[in-house]
Design a protein around this ligand. Sequence first.
Ligand SMILES: C[S@@+](CC[C@H](N)C(=O)[O-])C[C@H]1O[C@@H](n2cnc3c(N)ncnc32)[C@H](O)[C@@H]1O
Length: 257
Amino acid sequence: MADETGATLSSNMSMKMMAEGLKQSSLTQDVTQSPIFKEVMVNLGDKRTVLDIGAGVGRYTAPLASAGCKVTAIEPSPEMISHLRETLARYEVSEVVNIVQASWPQDNLKSAEVTLASFVIQFSNDWVGFARAMEKSATNRCILAVHVDPIMYFMDKLWPIFHAEEPGPRMPGFTEIYPVLLEAGIIANVKVFEEQHGPRWKNAEEALPTISERLGVVGNREAMKQLEDILEDPTFGIFATRAHRVAMISWKPSTPA
Ligand SMILES: C[S@@+](CC[C@H](N)C(=O)[O-])C[C@H]1O[C@@H](n2cnc3c(N)ncnc32)[C@H](O)[C@@H]1O
């Protein structure tokens, strides 16, 4: 679904699933230890201002605000914003975070020392425009996080089983996005690191509704049974924790605000 700014937003089902995954990660991971959080902190100036673009449930917004940053959280999804408010309340930082319901790019916002967009640029259909707008709004540093390994890695195995003839949907990641930024003259520091992910679901019963929807097999009894059998097979490995590679792309804005 494309909104009027050209940003691509996900379906309600995907948004719900994304929110659940982010909330789980927000509760189980200490993001203050993440290279992304540390990169924001070392690039702050006296004002300690951050634009958290596509803040989601506030995985970074809340810990940054807790660490004394003045964060503006930009988020288009009302569903995500309600989770974001919960996270801010849990961290007791609701009063110090400015929430703006909008899609990036925005040119009517006050600039910040750091613009951060963690796992957001892949939803935009203009990666260079997205990154250039981050530069315009940052005085010190622009920081992007993108997936190196696909987040729904198991879809690469499942899709051909149910749709042998069609290529599967693929969310762009580092391999696709970084060369485009480089070509546009955005020369950045890149750090690839591993995060431990999952398991998102405890068993096949829990996983089936989301995965069957993604595969477009809901209502097809035979396919649903086949999918359930695959998910229940321990060798499929979907219910194990796994290492997931992430790239942090960080650069000094060439046209400071
Ligand atoms: C995968 S989540 C990442 C959330 C958060 N940055 C994090 O790392 O936990 C992506 C978020 O970006 C938001 N989003 C998608 N397109 C956007 C855009 N053009 N501008 C701002 N946010 C966007 C989605 O609504 C969603 O909340």
